[in-house]
Design a protein around this ligand. Structure first.
Ligand SMILES: Nc1ncnc2c1ncn2[C@@H]1O[C@H](COP(=O)(O)OP(=O)(O)OP(=O)(O)O)[C@@H](O)[C@H]1O
Length: 848
């Protein structure tokens, strides 16, 4: 930015002074009804918001772009979305036309801390303090009453961050681990001192009048204190407020929730995408409910009692006759936590008061309809907020303005003085009409008009011709000459104007005072409102679970540490997407003696769906939801790992094989006997021998060699692995049933005990619409291979061919594979070629 060669008016000097204090932010500078930006900020804003770039006073060196103040939220949302931080410089004194208006930056709007009126826009902030082996993290959403902290290995913290999806992530300067870069958040480096647990402890303890943070379970010098302090200070500094709605710190401990790492969340499509578990489960009526549902999905519980409380509530809601009334009541509730927080942050307006009023007014009815689950959900007694509810109901008009002064905010009958000023103001038009008639009669000018503008106030106007003809009395004092007319003021009109303007300013002052009093009353009830808001959100999510369960005829899961049994289980999202085709439910029975299930079967037969269904059912059960099955008896697992598919990772520059190995290693290193491990096609990204050996070794390790025995479901194309059943006593084979008639294969999607009897790659290729010639060639290969295998005549594939195959895709890969001779490879390698043929065929089929 450069202001050096621009004419320096006092106002420009004032602008530059503020801009220099906030060099990393776009500075929105309030000028009357607009927020203006200048210099480079103006260029950025005009580019990002498609605004016209103008020049102040025709001075080309002073580019400027502005947005109207009343619509600023919409523009801010777009800037924040693009990752900008914006400083708001407000007018602090009334313009008088003579002296420079005082201006001050009153807030810095950032992606992680902004809490606009639009309840669909959610921000949250994370602060991470990475240590040698463990990282500390703090999570703070601007509307939340608590800052949540965790201390765990990097993998677990990354999982929490992924679930939380903060918009901004704070780290100590020059110590940001690479894994934290490249996410959907912007990373901001702060001085290391901001993360100090010692000074952090005194700052935080002082805010809640405590000696230390032991009441929150945080011992001295705990790194979590450092992370929490950094997040809280950042929120205070950007909002210029004490964020006094923050009630304390909650520790997230590994024992309290089921840990889902980044890959599990993504592989199982928990939150993101139109076909996510969230999209499927979300029948919430409130924004707070939707927020909480996301939270519950990425952090299911491990405590059986807590899970059962939620399940009890879902069961009671399913049995409730009046669930519809309850849902209708919930649909009228607004986001209490958000509005309360906005008032504390100093950004709240009349609409926040109205949101609280509307929610409190339906709350007693919701409380009544929720009678069977009140205690389970923890709904506070409406009497707690009853007084505030009636005060807001009687004080505010039904439809409140966005800002004070636009239209009435305070209802009539609340304040006598306000009412009397209003009646003066409201009688205004009558007075003006009568006065105009009087002056028309006095002057004989029938076309005399009365008008008002902000510069000249009230005036009488007549055309130039009429002004020249008429003999206007002396009391007509000329105010303004226009092209076609003249404007006058009279002492009587001036006196009226003074009265009217003073009425307006009195009305505004009184409304402001009452607004402030109401805000204070709300803030005094902060804790009760937050409790009510949180309980309503819980009720909303549980009612949503009940809704989903009743439509899909789900069952209540039970928990047992030694049994994982699902009868007639379905993948809820796949089931919903099948449209018309019936979903084939499947069973799964595992116990201490059957811990590792190996699933074989042709491509497209439903192996992945079967594995994912088990994972989703486990997650839903630990969230406290009913599950898509006839019966489910499950252990409460500590972690759920997945290794599913890998091809899309290629675009990130990692080789498929590397990604696979990193993820598999993470699972082998972190799983425990209480974990559920879902492995789909491990060892696919390399040659047959390597891949199968890795899969084999991983299975042995998970089967107990590693010193622990998790629950494992393993899908594979490596038919040879089915023989492991003979040597690993806890391993059992499952396969996808297929029917064959007239050489045609049909997938039944039904899982049966025992291994698949053979590979079906060639048939799948035909189904997928692979060119006939390729299918014929593949059959030849297979026949030859099956004939040759026992004799073991084939040579191992040359490394150069392996490499070549690895790099090819689509038609070229198909051509190359079909040109291979069976003698070029071992039987196992030939099988692998068939699998790849099938894969390519499937991809081609999927490409429009
Ligand atoms: N139980 C089921 N009932 C009905 N349809 C199913 C079922 N399971 C899977 N399908 C359908 O079959 C398709 C393929 O399933 P899935 O991807 O699970 O197969 P797969 O055996 O894992 O294939 P690949 O080995 O190629 O990855 C699914 O997209 C779904 O449409």
């Amino acid at each position: 930015m450069s202001g050096s060669d621009v004419k320096m008016t006092p106002m420009m000097r004032q602008y530059l002074e503020w801009k220099n204090k906030y060099p990393d932010c776009l500075l929105l500078f309030r000028m009357g009804d607009f927020y203006e930006t200048f210099f480079d900020d103006a260029r950025t804003v005009s580019r990002e918001l498609d605004l016209t770039l103008t020049a102040r006073d025709g001075d080309k060196k002073l580019p400027m772009a502005g947005v109207p103040y009343h619509a600023v939220d919409g523009y801010l949302a777009r800037l924040i979305e693009k990752g900008y931080r914006v400083a708001i410089c407000e007018q602090m004194s009334e313009p008088d036309g003579r002296t420079l208006v005082d201006r001050e930056v009153i807030r810095v709007v950032t992606p992680g801390t902004w809490l606009p009126e639009d309840a669909s826009l959610n921000a949250s902030l994370a602060a991470v303090l990475p240590g040698k082996e463990t990282w500390a993290a703090a999570f703070l959403a601007p509307s939340s009453p608590h800052v949540r902290v965790a201390l765990a290995g990097p993998d677990e913290i990354l999982g929490l961050i992924t679930g939380e999806a903060p918009r901004e992530l704070l780290v100590p300067a020059s110590s940001c681990p690479p894994a934290l870069r490249g996410g959907s958040w912007s990373v901001l480096e702060l001085p290391k001192s901001e993360f100090s647990p010692t000074s952090g402890q005194s700052r935080l303890a002082a805010r809640w009048g405590l000696r230390d943070l032991a009441p929150f379970g945080l011992p001295e010098n705990d790194p979590r204190i450092g992370a929490a302090a950094a997040a809280v200070s950042y929120m205070e500094e950007t909002s210029f407020s004490k964020i006094s709605h923050l009630q304390g710190i909650v520790c997230l401990t590994s024992e309290s929730y089921l840990h889902l790492d980044q890959s599990a969340q993504m592989n199982l499509e928990l939150l993101n995408g139109g076909a996510s578990l969230f999209a499927f489960l979300n029948r919430c009526r409130t924004t707070a409910g939707r927020r909480l549902l996301q939270d519950w999905i990425v952090r299911p519980l491990r405590d059986e009692r807590a899970v059962n409380r939620r399940l009890d509530a879902v069961e009671a809601l399913l049995a409730a006759q009046n669930r519809r009334d309850l849902e209708e009541g919930l649909a009228c509730c607004r986001d209490l936590e958000r509005s309360v927080a906005r008032l504390h942050l100093g950004t709240g307006g009349p609409r926040d008061l109205a949101a609280i009023r509307d929610t409190l007014s339906v709350y007693p009815a919701v409380f009544e309809s929720a009678a069977p689950v009140r205690d389970l959900v923890g709904l506070p007694d409406p009497a707690l907020t009853g007084e505030l509810a009636s005060r807001l109901a009687s004080s505010l008009v039904q439809s409140v303005p966005r800002t004070i002064g636009a239209t009435p905010l305070v209802a009539s009958g609340v304040d006598e003085e306000l009412d009397s000023w209003r009646s003066l103001n409201d009688g205004g038009q009558e007075w003006l009409d009568a006065y105009l008639e009087k002056e028309r009669a006095a002057t004989g000018v029938s076309k005399l008009k009365v008008g008002y503008n902000r510069v000249f106030g009230f005036y009488l106007e007549l055309s130039k011709g009429a002004a020249a003809e008429a003999k206007l009395p002396d009391r007509f004092e000329r105010r303004q000459t226009l092209v076609n007319g003249e404007r006058f003021i009279t002492p009587e009109l001036k006196e009226y104007e003074d009265r009217r303007l003073s009425a307006e300013s009195h009305i505004k002052d009184i409304e402001n005072r009452i607004f402030d009093e109401l805000c204070q009353a709300v803030m005094d009830a902060t804790a009760a409102l937050q409790q009510t808001g949180q309980a309503l959100a819980r009720l909303d999510v549980l009612a949503s679970f009940a809704d989903v369960a009743s439509v899909g005829q789900y069952c209540r899961p039970v928990f047992s540490p030694d049994r994982l049994e699902i009868r007639a289980g379905r993948h809820p999202v796949v089931e919903a997407s099948l449209r018309g085709v019936p979903y084939v439910p499947n069973d799964l029975t595992m116990d201490r003696t059957r811990r590792v299930g190996l699933v074989t079967g042709p491509n497209m037969a439903g192996k992945s769906t079967y594995l994912r269904a088990a994972a989703i059912i486990q997650i839903m059960a630990q969230m406290g939801a009913f599950v898509p099955a006839e019966k489910a008896s499950l252990p409460l697992v500590d972690r759920l790992f997945t290794r599913i598919g890998a091809r899309d990772e290629l675009s990130r520059g990692n080789s498929t094989f590397m990604v696979e190995m990193i993820e598999t290693a993470a699972i082998l290193n972190n799983a425990t006997s209480d974990s559920l491990v879902i492995l789909d096609e491990v060892g696919r990204g390399t040659s047959t021998y390597d891949g199968m050996s890795i899969a084999w070794a991983a299975l042995e390790y998970l089967h107990g060699q590693g010193g622990f025995r998790p629950w494992v479901l393993f899908a594979t194309h490596y038919h040879e692995l089915t023989r492991l059943e003979e040597t690993l006593d806890g391993l059992f084979n499952l396969s996808m049933a297929v029917s064959e008639a007239d050489g045609e294969v049909r997938f039944l999607h039904h899982v049966q005990e025992g291994p698949a009897d053979r590979s079906y790659g060639v048939e799948v290729a035909r189904l997928a619409g692979l060119p006939r010639v390729v299918v014929r060639r593949a059959s030849e290969l297979l026949e030859k291979l099956e004939g040759d295998a026992p004799k073991g005549r084939s040579e191992a594939m040359k490394p150069s061919i392996q490499m070549e195959l690895f790099d090819l895709e689509g038609d070229r890969l198909i051509d190359r594979l079909s040109a291979l001779r069976p003698d070029d490879m071992t039987p196992k390698e030939a099988l692998d070629c068939l699998y790849r043929l099938t894969d390519e065929a499937r991809k081609l089929r999927m490409t429009p």
